[in-house]
Design a protein around this ligand. Structure first.
Ligand code: DGL
Length: 273
């Protein structure tokens, strides 16, 4: 139910992604801000976003944001690196609500973590093509050496929930073999689907590499933003979690319950206008 008649602080944090990837951000938000209500939209009918043109991704991003606004949310978390890479400025310019993307928090966390200045970035074709991460990282330290690789097949593997499947292992080897030679000490998981495959990624880059999950970094930024704007929920009531998808709610529910370790997720299929 849209939450128009409740105090501003008790309104939900709105989160969207192309599919289940944004649940990695929801997980971080649940851990970090356990009193907050969350409304999630996963555009499962149109996943993946990462291999589509900037124009199309921008169009989808506007529709997803409008949907969450109709639910009466107090802040929007763009739990999708692809949208954050190509459309965040347009969204911020167009909508009068706090909006947090993935690139800035992810880059800031990597900047803090790297000791040797050699940072890897993996993401969708659109995110890597946009060069958003290298730009942000260079703003932090111009001497950083950055090694970027798109890993598009990680998205369907994560959507299948194939965390330990031999196919994931094989594809990770193919994508990450070159990166392993670059002596990076930090790797940005520049797609919110990738933390689902965290173990297999860690195996192929080596245990010495720090993996940066931009969702965790973003959750800290969300808290700061809500605090600054006096929007933190101080209610002690059980938080309310609502999930909306544009297709196949059953599969999303199954994977979501497994991933978030929560029984009985309420998942509703909606048709975006
Ligand atoms: N999870 C999204 C991201 O962070 C989108 C992946 C996709 O739909 O291609 O980029």
């Amino acid at each position: 139910m849209p939450s128009w008649n409740i105090p501003e602080t008790q309104k939900s944090i709105g989160v969207f992604d192309s599919g289940i990837g944004g649940l990695t951000v929801v997980h971080a938000l649940m851990q970090h801000l356990p009193q907050e209500n969350i409304t999630y939209f996963g555009d499962t009918a149109r996943v993946p976003y990462g291999s589509k043109s900037e124009e199309v991704v921008r169009e989808y991003a506007f529709e997803d944001t409008r949907f969450l606004l109709q639910q009466g949310v107090k802040i929007i978390v763009v739990a999708c690196n692809t949208v954050s890479a190509v459309a965040i400025d347009d969204l911020k310019a167009h909508f009068d609500i706090p909006i947090i993307g993935m690139i800035e928090p992810g880059a800031a966390a990597a900047c803090k973590a790297s000791k040797n200045g050699r940072i890897g970035v993996i993401g969708t074709l659109a995110t890597i093509g946009s060069e958003s991460y290298p730009r942000k990282l260079k703003e932090c330290k111009s001497s950083f050496e950055i090694f970027s690789t798109p890993c598009p097949l990680f998205v369907p593997l994560a959507e299948e929930g194939w965390r330990t499947h031999p196919a994931s292992d094989l594809i990770a080897e193919e994508y990450l073999a070159d990166l392993r030679k670059e002596q990076i000490d930090t790797l940005i998981l520049g797609c919110t689907h990738y933390p689902i495959l965290r173990d297999v990624i860690q195996k192929h880059v080596g245990p010495q590499v720090a993996l940066i999950d931009s969702g965790e970094a973003a959750a800290i930024q969300v808290e700061q933003m809500l605090r600054e704007k006096n929007l933190l929920n101080t209610s002690t009531a059980q938080p309310n979690y609502s999930f909306f998808v544009s297709d196949v709610p059953q599969k999303f529910k199954q994977l979501g319950e497994l991933f978030l370790q929560k029984a009985d997720l309420r998942v509703t299929k909606v048709h975006l206008q």
